[in-house]
Design a protein around this ligand. Sequence first.
Ligand code: ADP
Ligand code: GLC
Length: 486
Amino acid sequence: MSYRVLFVTAEYTPLAKTGGLADVSAALSRFLHDRGDDVRVFLPLYRQIAERPFPRQPVDFLQNLSLSIGSREYRYSILCGQAPGSTLELYFVDCPALYDRPGIYTPDADEHHRFLLLTRAAFECSQRMGFAPHILHCNDWHTAFGPLFLRTVYAWDRLFSGTKSVLTIHNVGYQGVFAAADVAALGLGEAAWLVHQEDLVAGRINSLLHGILYADLVTTVSPNYAREICTPEYGVGLDGFLRMRGDRLVGILNGVDYAEWNPETDRYVPLHFSAAAPAGKAAVKSAFTERLRLPRNPDTLFVGLVSRLVAQKGIELLPLVLPGLLRARNLCFVAVGSGEPRYEDALASLQRAFPDRVVYHRGYSEELAHWIEAASDVFLMPSLYEPCGLNQMYSLKYGTVPIVRRTGGLADSVSQYSPASGRGTGIVFEHFDSTALRWALETALDLFARKDHWRRIIANGMAEDFSWTRQGALYIDQYRRMAGAD
Ligand code: ADP
Ligand code: GLC
């Protein structure tokens, strides 16, 4: 059976991306479209999308619409355009008052209005299009009020009588909390009692919590993270609610868009290689080290990192471990990322201390991200927590050995290499401390010197398959269970 899916998201690769949410929204919606589902993706027309030379047209019957969020009245229109490289139609919510701003996310006081409008617009436009979704698929806190709106504001409309709601939690660390004083922004009227009352009394409204309470199904992006967020250590205050919804909480590991992340066809890295011909990787390393003016010695372990620089990613461990190793062992380190100034500064000072062996690019660069994946010998993800993580899976495909902490989706996608059995795809450490990370990097350096093992671990990783054909089918199973039998 094919499904009508209303898919609402704050990010979409390559149009608006800060992290994996964008990659997953794009790849999952395209997977559904390619298998014949009628997917309508709604996302904001951020300034950065509006400024792109990207073909889109106004939808004539969805122009100059109005919607009140609390006491504010917003006017918006819908533009429609095909997702790059696909025939899937994207619906952009054009509301300059909210989206014509410098970033995808803002620190502005009306941040919640920006995403309440997106969520409401998806319903309002479905009504005007006569689109009756089987599934409303919401992502993260931004659109987490969708399930409650379905049960309240839009409950009268028979168009939605067969609609089931899914909330996918990509990261429980971001919850979209705003002041209880703005409860009117939800537009719930008499149904306002459905807002979590203890939070209201405490003066706040937690967007993600409401998705957890009211979605027909809550998914998160790896089976291990689904277990972890039910514990106080990882639940960021929502573990009790997640345990309560335990029978409707499912972990589905993200997939990889191998059209985008594939060393045989990579459009940013013109030197291609594959599992059948892995030797080409050495040429990529050589070209990249030359470009960065790093040692061109094939025996120097090339360590890569591509990351948002936030506490989640374990960046604080790097200055504790890398200087000692850079002094004692034969390695170089290349990082691209931006985020909290304390981490940016730490990486910049590492580069100043080791100018001939460390390169840090502050900022966002898709091109560098691809080069780092392709050229590195090992890829670092020492995350404090990691709902899924995509780069470790990209790394496996590129013959780049991931060094990960055993947490979230990293634990589900990378297995410890055992020299005795020759099995395993990476190096996995347990404790979030410098001793454990140092052990992992030392292990990598030692294995790297034993070429037979290194070839084996690379081959094991390149043989892994995290395609959306596999992972997307797990979402279809869930849709099927909700929407009724075929
Ligand atoms: P998260 O969503 O928590 O940031 P993921 O591993 O799921 O982590 O996804 C991160 C995505 O963002 C990957 O596609 C990665 O390549 C990309 N990315 C992160 N930081 C940068 C950066 N500075 N430049 C380019 N790409 C980046
Ligand atoms: C989040 C998580 C990351 C996950 C991504 C896509 O940003 O931090 O682990 O891979 O979403 O689901």
